[in-house]
Design a protein around this ligand. Structure first.
Ligand code: SF4
Ligand code: SF4
Length: 341
């Protein structure tokens, strides 16, 4: 029978950076917070939390009545790579966690661990990563890290540059304890957020958050599009400024699954058809089934407009008669924004 100590040792041998354990219990507070935040209008209509069965999501035993423990694994993704974005620009920035698909890599590593657990303990195991499970509450509960005021989990060694994965099992394991740490007086992320999306410590308004909006299909309000910069997918400003990330040691890449890198040329994105886009960047989050391709095109128009470079006016004009209303509307906004630069 495998125990906690052996399991954690094996996990590290399989390349999982952090590995902790939580009891398979219901998150009753979370089950109240999700509907309350939805009622306040803090979620986008496409947000995962906006469309879930709350009880099923918050209580793992609804789906897996046999579940006793959840093993939480994390991979740090801060790398030491150069960011060569100078040629074929302008580039649209991809958030660091999406340069490659560490979720799939972590799932692979967790699978190896689950195989050993099954073999040695004849235990049931279900594996998740970026899946339908309360990842951040589990990471906090098990002491992987604590909540930053930007709503992201912070680990002492890897900062907030981490992805999570989980093994739900019927193995009875001793749970780890929560960390007794918080952000203290710091409010750098709140001050740095370009859209004011961190409306209170720990509370994010997704209808203003560029990270959430970048995969959502719809028109971006002027006040947000103007400060959007050249982000093609995601936003990490509230992580970039976090002092807890300052001393995190970058590591060599752990995987190249789904690699797209730190940016993609915006003009190419405007040119490309959806089929080719999905073929060209397989297994990355930017081509995940829940990401609307029209949102990516819209982001490219905003990014080009924010260069304030008149040479791109003819390109933007081509999209003003686009059959998709959001693309056409964004192209009109983009021309106006560029002209008024
Ligand atoms: S991801 Fe960007 S927009 Fe969203 S809260 Fe952080 S800084 Fe603000
Ligand atoms: S920037 Fe400051 S307040 Fe925000 S998450 Fe980091 S430590 Fe916490």
């Amino acid at each position: 029978m495998i125990d906690e100590t052996e399991l954690k040792k094996l996990g590290r041998e399989f390349g999982i950076d952090v590995i902790r354990i939580a009891q398979a219990r219901s998150f009753t507070t979370l089950a109240k917070i999700i509907p309350a935040q939805k009622k306040k209008g803090l979620y986008l209509d496409s947000d995962y939390l906006s469309n879930i069965d709350v009880e099923r999501f918050c209580n793992i035993q609804v789906r897996f009545p046999w579940a006793k423990s959840i093993i939480i694994g994390a991979l740090g993704y801060l790398t030491s790579e150069e960011i060569p974005l100078n040629e074929n620009g302008p580039y649209g920035i991809i958030a660091r966690y999406t340069w490659r698909n560490y979720y799939l890599e972590l799932k692979k590593r967790l699978k190896r661990l689950a195989q050993v657990i099954k073999k040695e303990s004849r235990a049931k195991c279900r594996i998740f990563s970026n899946g339908s499970i309360p990842e951040k509450p589990l990471a906090r509960k098990s002491g992987v890290g604590y909540y930053g005021k930007n709503g992201i989990i912070i680990n002492k060694e890897f900062g907030s540059w981490m992805v999570f994965g989980e093994i739900v099992t019927d193995l009875k394991l001793t749970p780890d304890t929560e960390l007794e740490i918080d952000c203290g007086d710091c409010d750098k992320c709140i001050a740095a957020c370009p859209t004011g999306a961190i409306i209170k410590p720990y509370i994010i308004d997704n209808t203003r958050c560029i990270q959430a909006l970048s995969g959502w299909y719809g028109p971006i309000p002027d006040r947000i599009a103007k400060v959007w910069g050249n982000r093609l997918y995601g936003c990490t400003t509230c992580q970039d400024v976090c002092p807890k990330n300052r001393d995190v040691k970058p590591q060599p890449p752990k995987s190249d699954i789904g690699y797209v890198g730190p940016g993609l040329p915006l003009l190419k994105i405007l040119d490309i058809e959806e089929d080719e886009y999905r073929r060209k960047y397989p297994k990355n989050q930017i081509t995940a089934s829940w990401i609307d391709f029209r949102a990516i095109k819209r982001n490219a128009l905003i990014g080009i407009s924010n260069t304030k470079d008149n040479r791109f006016l003819p390109v933007l004009k081509k999209f003003t008669n686009h059959p998709d209303p959001v693309i056409a509307q964004t192209a009109h906004w983009a021309i106006n924004n560029l002209n008024n630069g």
